[in-house]
Ligand binder design. Structure first.
Ligand code: FAD
Length: 417
């Protein structure tokens, strides 16, 4: 990095992740006269892309209407509406398609490369940075930012083991780096406290014992004593419960659940949307129509047999009891197990396919027209460094692509004038 003596306008991007690469490519392609440099503290770049989506990289989501798309962002929904009108999910698919990456849409809307291999995305991004002549420096950690002064209009950047450099434009795409957030706080940025999002619930309960792998396609989960509720699939894991309903709740409740130290009660409606009284009526009907049958052998509401058996047992109904002999109380118990099944959550676990940090640079300090700081001209932010995060499904990368693209475009244009 010591030979950076060019007279060209310069953009330094700190952080060689999804947002950094996308911004660098956009800026360099739009303004060949701009010197674009990515500085990465790790030995390798794009590490999260590599491990993303279980190694397949769920790069975006097939939700093409900005107004619908923003609903997947517990933090950032208002701010991303404008940006998504400029660069959205369809643009991401086109961008990669034009560079030879074919993608496919899975049934749940998640978009992956046809290769099912995140390396395809990495290769594409690397090819594009090389073609656009972006310089990449790894193993260099930014340790200080000195904003422009009356004497020096450039940003001065200091590194752990290398000499400082100056730049006209600075883009921070450092993801969830506590050190960078501290640095920003020291130059007056408000940082929303980072807390994890997208996690699963630890639950130890006899009703779930040895049921790992059992899944329910549509359930409702509510956090007791909070106005927090989510719907979707549920999966019993070795340590508790996961799948979309739980991840969705963990994202919307990231902050509240953190405050509860991840100890709270959840109520599951395994049937999806049935009301207790309707279930009682239905079970009474079953009883009348099938007096000699053992209800345990007749799973209802599409529930897997093993889970149904556990809920019947938890309702106090013995396996050999004829339906005709099930008491009113037992019917009520079973309806409660089905619609208001309460579990104590004690801690959280990482969802290995995707997790993010909620928190970061406060959104009121950023101009989302181009992701520029409102405090310092020519300083931009994109990706997870911002207090933006989304549900699982490709939305987090989309925020990084969109921010990177808009910041890169603006810097390229500004550097032309
Ligand atoms: C296991 C896992 C799987 C995921 N899967 C998906 C998925 O399939 N789909 C999806 O949409 N999202 C997924 N995500 C979320 C997604 O990876 C992030 O939202 C996205 O990577 C954010 O990109 P970014 O460029 O902002 O930050 P990052 O990708 O985190 O990149 C930041 C970079 O900055 C560097 N850096 C930090 N500090 C410094 C410093 N001081 N100096 C220099 N460099 C620095 C870091 O080393 C890092 O390389 C997943 C996350 C995880 C953890």
């Amino acid at each position: 990095m010591d030979n950076l003596t060019t007279e060209k306008p310069r953009l330094v991007i700190i952080g060689g992740g999804a947002a950094g690469f996308f911004a660098a490519i956009t800026a360099a392609e739009n303004n060949p006269n701009l010197e674009v440099i990515i500085i990465e503290k790790g030995k390798d770049t794009l590490q999260k892309v590599r491990i993303s989506g279980g190694g397949r990289c769920n790069l975006t989501h097939a939700c093409f209407v900005p107004r619908d798309l923003v609903k997947f962002y517990p933090r950032g929904n208002k701010e991303l509406l404008g940006p998504f009108h400029k660069f959205s999910t369809g643009d991401t698919i086109d961008w990669f398609d034009k560079r030879g990456v074919k993608t496919k849409i899975e049934d749940d809307g998640r978009v992956f490369p046809v290769s099912d291999d995140s390396q395809t995305i990495i290769n594409c991004l690397w090819k594009a940075v090389k073609t656009a002549k972006v310089q990449i420096h790894t193993s260099q950690k930014l340790v200080n930012i000195q904003p422009p002064t009356a004497e020096n209009p450039r940003y001065k950047l200091s590194f752990a083991q290398h000499s400082p450099i100056e730049t006209d434009y600075l883009l921070l795409t450092t993801g969830s780096s506590a050190a960078i957030w501290d640095m920003l706080q020291s130059i007056d940025y408000q940082i929303i406290e980072p807390v994890p999002s997208l996690f699963t619930f630890n639950i130890k309960d006899e009703r779930l014992k040895d049921l790992a792998g059992v899944a329910v396609p549509q359930a409702q989960v509510t956090v007791k004593s909070q106005k927090l509720s989510a719907e979707g699939s549920l999966l019993v894991t070795h340590w508790g419960l996961s799948a979309f309903a739980v991840l969705r709740l963990s994202a919307w409740g990231a902050r509240v659940l953190h405050e509860l130290d991840y100890k709270f009660e959840v109520v599951f409606n395994w049937t999806g949307f049935e009301k207790v009284q309707d279930v009682i009526d239905f079970l009474n009907e079953f009883k009348q129509e099938n007096p000699r049958k053992h209800i345990q052998n007749y799973p209802q509401y599409g529930l897997p047999t093993r889970l149904w058996e556990r809920l019947v047992a938890a309702a106090g109904i013995a396996p050999e009891l004829n339906a005709a002999d099930i008491s009113k109380k037992q019917i009520q118990n079973l309806a409660a197990q089905l619609c208001q099944c309460t579990f104590a959550v004690n801690g959280k676990s990482t969802f290995k396919d995707e997790f993010v940090t909620s928190g970061g640079v406060a959104l009121n300090q950023v101009d989302f027209g181009c992701f520029e700081s409102r405090l310092h001209k020519n300083l931009f932010f994109a990706g997870e460094i911002l207090d933006i995060d989304a549900l699982t499904g490709g939305f987090n990368f989309q925020a990084a692509w969109t921010g990177g693209f808009l910041a890169g475009t603006e810097i390229a244009n500004r550097a032309k004038s």
